[in-house]
Design a protein around this ligand. Structure first.
Ligand SMILES: CC(C)(COP(=O)(O)OP(=O)(O)OC[C@H]1O[C@@H](n2cnc3c(N)ncnc32)[C@H](O)[C@@H]1OP(=O)(O)O)[C@@H](O)C(=O)NCCC(=O)NCCS
Length: 143
């Protein structure tokens, strides 16, 4: 992992302003995901991982639903390609393992499939569209 950032387990009650600002920038502003889809009411019941730079500024995040579903993976554009996304994903997989899940699943934007494949995920479903973006289901054993 790069020494320029660290990843920690976040708490929605305490960290929601940083998580919301990050996801607003990446999904709503950059990817034009409608707010009504982005803010689906599930966040308070999720476990969250947050990547921060050396000054404690949020640079990336992701969440784990109680059913073992990973989602909302986002890294600020200026930080991409430096390992933050992979580190967030590994943190979420550790949380899933701690929660007793034997596998995790996610709906990958098709453009992000190579990223998830590098992290051990394999495609497990047909392509579908959500928020105007092509997705495909992927899974990984966490045993
Ligand atoms: C997808 C995302 C979270 C990856 O975060 P990241 O910090 O750039 O990921 P990493 O630096 O850990 O990348 C790991 C590897 O995957 C590759 N990779 C990352 N995103 C990729 C993409 N969209 N397509 C192809 N390869 C990608 C990287 O090049 C890197 O390869 P390398 O090890 O050979 O250098 C980030 O690009 C992002 O926020 N994208 C916009 C939002 C998004 O699409 N989220 C996913 C929704 S399913």
């Amino acid at each position: 992992m790069s020494a320029d950032f660290s990843v920690r387990v976040a708490d929605w009650e305490r960290d929601w302003p940083a998580l919301r600002a990050l996801r607003h920038q990446v999904f709503v502003v950059e990817q034009h995901v409608p707010e009504a889809i982005e803010w689906d009411g599930s966040d308070a019941g999720c476990r969250h991982a947050l990547a921060e730079d050396r000054d404690g500024r949020a640079i990336g995040c992701g969440r784990l639903l109680p059913d073992g579903h990973i989602g909302r993976m986002a890294v600020l554009r200026s930080w991409r390609g430096r390992g933050a996304g992979s580190a967030i994903l590994e943190q979420l997989i550790r949380l899933a393992r701690d929660d007793g899940h034997s596998r995790v699943v996610l709906n990958a934007q098709t453009q992000a499939m190579p990223f998830y494949a590098r992290c051990g995920f394999a495609r497990c479903g047909a392509e579908f569209e959500e928020a105007g973006i092509a997705h495909v289901a992927m899974e990984r054993v966490v045993g």
